[in-house]
Write a protein that binds this ligand. Sequence first.
Ligand code: PMP
Length: 448
Amino acid sequence: MPISAAQLVFDSQHIWHPYTNLLNPTPVFAVESADGVYLNLSSGERVIDGMASWWSAIHGYNHPVLNQAVKSQLDKMSHVMFGGLTHQPAIELCEKLIEITDSNLQCVFLADSGSVSVEVALKMAIQYWYSKIGYSKKGYSKNEQSKSGPSKGDKQKSKFLSFKNAYHGDTFGAMSVSDPENGMHSMFAGVLPQHFFVSAPTCLSDDDWKSEYINEFKAILNVNHNEIAAVIIEPLVQGAGGMRFYCSEYLRQIRKLCDEFNVLLIFDEIATGFARTGSFFAYEEAKVVPDILCLGKALTGGYMSLAATLTSRKVADTISAYQGGNLMHGPTFMANPLACSVAIASLNLLLNSDWKSKIADIEKQLIEELRQCKNFENVVDVRVKGAIGVIELKEPVDMERVQIRFIELGVWLRPFGKLIYIMPPYIIKPSELTQLTTAMVQVSKESF
Ligand code: PMP
């Protein structure tokens, strides 16, 4: 049955949508169904999706292979607890994740959302140093150590260093390492644990690299490394904090400094992972391997919520060897079999496709078709990386008006602030992509 007008009123009065309020809610559009790159709205329009449901639906919607993976698993079991039990989909997915990521990353924690995988990464980093300091203390027997932990005199490495403009999720730990001022979480500043931040990276190309770009980062580590457990960053693309791109050399310099100052390196690839930036993982472009890696979003091809935190044997074994060694995290829906099954199917689809040339083609087309906006008076910047295209305006868009306009133009795009951006499903055809970029150009023009 199609959605009724009364249900839409109920929605506006009772249901929060992301980042909205209930007194003055922004309008929502009801979706009846979705297939391929199309969303079928209840109002009858069929619009091309340029958002891939926030980076996740890389194979489009209603994909027969992904549907089948869920259906087959559903007939066996939709869920069982992961405490004390295990199952084929979880094992197969973790084997696959270990196979496709760097050989240093050998141990996996399956979380139920990107934010939770960040929480787990932060816990891992703190617990690693807690265990390492406690375990290496001289003059304790194994039993004494297991009671004492690091003593009060030990510097506790429990802080994090991150970039301004960072975004790592909406839970409290993730908020605390996201941009403290510009971010969506500034009203919680007084409640959140305080961490260290450095200016967001600006250098776009390794050819333009200057050694002074890393000075601020180095200075903070130099003074505070005894307190810092890990650096956490989104490699090469800062997503929700402004869709900003930066060059690989930062990552190489940061890896070097982390090693020098005994600090772990966490890469949040929840948005950048699974080919979005042009390499399968952004860290591959920089040839830099993190100690802890967070994956999510496109992991299940956008079908279900699932994320993963991967780490090295060194980190896992150090945590595991001390004080009982348990990593104290265990969500109810950890390793949900439906989500794991569809993740395996999605990864197989992606790995068996010519994803590299597909993303390169999308990139080329985005560059060609968006470039004209650079000449518009109200446009500050146009940038493209892999299957991500961004038009940055001088002024924030009028969301309500722009959203309706995009629907009129037959596309689904959801700008934020001054950014009109696109990250389409990888299966998009050139003609469909042209319809999206034409709408972006048109709306940028009309935003004078
Ligand atoms: N990290 C990054 C880089 C993200 O883009 C997001 C989601 N926008 C998250 C973490 C949080 O993921 P989730 O919304 O699944 O909790």
